[in-house]
Design a binder for this molecule. Sequence first.
Ligand code: PEP
Ligand code: MN
Length: 266
Amino acid sequence: MNITNQKIEISLAPDLKIGGENIILMLGPCSVESYAQTHAIARLIHQLGLRVIRGGAFKPRTSPDSFQGLGEEGLKILRKVADEFDLLVVSEALGVEQLPLVAEYVDIIQIGSRNMQHYPLLWAVGELDKPILLKRGFMSTVDEWLAAADHIASRGNQKIILCERGIRTFETSTRNTLDTNSIAHLKINSPFPVMGDPSHATGRTDLVIPAARAALAAGADGLLVEIHPKPEEALSDGVQSLNLEQAKDLVVQTTRLAEAMRRGIA
Ligand code: PEP
Ligand code: MN
């Protein structure tokens, strides 16, 4: 075991921590598609008083015929708009070979669900001094997920944020099933900050806000939520994206819920 048993608060910026009192909302497109799309989203995030933008540049798509992301161009767009609005960037690295490039542009490195057991990638991010957002494998148990975190920690990096993004069950009315039990369990039994991803957990725009509320009620320290100025035109995951009005509503509702739990939103 390379994991400490003391609760870890991770500093994302000098004035922003995850794992403490504030709940961190990380909003953004599934995929970065253009400067205009990403800029509109970043502007809204800033207006809402939030600090982090998410966006995929290298996309792990189930089908090779689906949009694979803009690659480095996407990272450049993210960095540019984030710097304009003083935001932090979270984006995914798909493989060890692209890690130096991704690390150059982003503040928090996402390891996707399909890569949760990609051990060389876990070891490589374990060597970095950056927060790692480790998504749960959609077929993985909590113990396997914690073992993946342990692989990262074994190389020295304990800045690990766990993200429950839904698991595969027999239920087909939603894309996945949000495992709120695991959020509550990990808050008690692991040292790491825990987030919820209601977008991939449900796969349906109409369920994103209810599932977001459920994740927070279970104790999540943050939410990762897909938003898009025109979800019907999105190149990936439009059916589970909130539009910008719905994103505002998400922030209103989660702020109220956070207050009831004596927490804040950032
Ligand atoms: C994503 O966050 O866009 C994503 C691809 O998520 P996951 O790895 O959970 O499927
Ligand atoms: Mn997505």
